[in-house]
Design a protein around this ligand. Structure first.
Ligand code: XUL
Ligand code: CO
Length: 450
């Protein structure tokens, strides 16, 4: 079946786009093969004094769930939705949006996210593109109000259109960067209108494929200059959302400038932009960078820079960004432990930057992916809360560092010691005795909580 030729079957304001699926309920005793219920996610249940809903702040992303058709480099789309004729018309854009809000509402999520180009078609001129966005933003505002769903973040797609093949703010062509600037300006205005709590910048093609033809220093300087314009406009229009940069090491470019959390944080420090930005961490990007699943979440959090999370996972045996629904309870617990330790994620949230597999073509697969991922994180939250409450792991880790709390250790930690002090101590006390890190003991404790 050709996706593009498909006629729209559904239309109208009162159409039900997901007939047969009602609001997903919390039913911990449902049969184990009923995957359209929550067994752990109970939105109003209190965990460490806060509701699950407030800890988890779930969000559905528009691009995968309402624009994804299962394209891959080897074949065309496999996913056909009854409300979507695959065209770029405004009518279809409106219909998708209505279907999406029915989905958010039946799922019980309070947030959504989008790229400007996901929600409204690009016109022939910037003016007509912006006019399309205005029309769709009006409808979005109405639906957000009706369904009580808020905007976690908006972002500009600065990578799909061929004009961005050399990057956006880091393009060798200044006019391309100017186009990106005009696009971000409009996106921020829409974000403000819709009350977005954050705005994300993922540098889709900000990077290089070859050093032979690239002036890396100029490109980084240009990226910083671009972000300065963003900050100035944010202040000018009074947009109050948190600005977030999303690291990714590669794909689509061979080397992306925002490689990982530490790279982005040092870029922000280098260009004195630190106070204006936090990070949106996507674990599938973290593993692509060669780190363990929670590494970037930890790195961002310890420096007060964890703004939001694109909750997904990759296949560790593959080397690319598969954007799968996060289904691993232990990984979710590791993330939730960090979120609890930093006191929550607001104004950020857990945004499912995840897509159903291209061979998961049923409409209900879209629900099941989200329901199961929400339950995975709810379970992770409960496990992490227990770990934090008990304090066993924390105490055991603290015990490993106890020598830094006394004597010369404390003096060094406070930055008050000298190399002469170090030498004196070793002369007096001799060699340090190696101490076990007891990794297996710690791993066993973690397992005991699962
Ligand atoms: C790409 C990715 C994006 C960003 C938003 O890998 O994660 O969808 O989250 O542009
Ligand atoms: Co993402």
């Amino acid at each position: 079946m050709s996706f593009n030729n498909k006629k729209t079957k559904l239309s109208g304001q009162n159409t039900e786009y997901f007939p047969g699926i009602s609001k997903i309920e919390y039913r911990p005793d449902a049969p184990l093969d009923d995957t359209l219920v929550f067994r752990h996610y109970d939105a109003q249940q209190l965990v460490l004094g806060k509701t699950m809903q407030d800890w988890l702040r779930f969000s559905v992303c528009y691009w995968h769930s309402f624009r994804g058709v299962g394209l891959d480099p080897f074949g065309s789309g496999t996913i056909v939705r009854p409300w979507d004729d695959g065209s770029d018309s405004l009518e279809t854009a409106k219909q998708r949006l209505r279907a999406a809000f029915e989905f958010f509402s039946k799922l019980g999520v309070k947030y959504w996210t989008f790229h400007d180009r996901d929600i409204a078609p690009e016109g022939n001129t910037l003016a007509s593109t912006n006019a399309n966005l205005d029309i769709i933003a009006d409808l979005a505002q109405e639906l957000m109000q009706k369904h009580q769903v808020k905007l976690l973040w908006a972002t500009s797609n600065l990578f799909a259109n061929p004009r961005y093949m050399l990057g956006a703010s880091t393009s060798s062509d200044a006019k391309v960067a100017a186009y990106a600037g005009s696009q971000v300006k409009k996106c921020m205005e829409i974000a403000k209108k819709l009350g977005a709590e954050n705005m994300v910048f993922w540098g889709g093609r900000e990077g290089y494929n070859s050093l032979v033809n690239t002036d890396v220093k100029q490109e980084l300087d240009h990226m910083a200059a671009f972000f300065r314009m963003v900050v100035v406009y944010k202040q000018k229009i009074g947009f109050e959302g948190q600005l977030l940069i999303e690291p990714k090491p590669k794909e689509p470019t061979r080397h992306q400038y925002d490689y990982d959390a530490q790279t982005v944080m040092s870029f922000l420090s280098q260009y004195e932009l630190g106070q204006h930005f936090k990070l949106n961490i996507e674990p599938n990007h973290t593993t692509l960078a060669g780190h363990c699943y929670e590494h970037d979440v930890v790195m961002a959090s310890i420096f007060g820079k964890l703004g939001s999370i694109d909750a997904n996972t990759g296949s560790p045996d593959l080397g690319w960004d598969t954007d799968q629904f996060p289904m691993d309870i232990k990984s979710a617990a590791s993330i939730m432990k960090i979120i609890i330790e930093q006191g929550g994620l607001a104004p950020g949230g857990l945004n499912f930057d995840a897509k159903v597999r291209r061979d998961s073509t049923d409409l209900r697969d879209l629900f099941i992916g989200h329901v199961a991922a929400m339950d995975t994180f709810a379970r992770g939250l409960k496990i992490a809360a227990k770990m934090v409450e008990d304090g066993l792991l924390k105490q055991a880790v603290e015990a490993r560092y106890s020598s830094w709390a006394v004597g010369l250790g404390a003096k060094m930690a406070a930055g008050e010691a000298t190399l002469e002090d170090c030498e004196k101590l070793i002369h007096e006390e001799g060699h340090p005795t190696p101490e076990s890190a007891n990794q297996e003991h710690f791993e066993a404790i973690v397992n005991n909580y699962m």
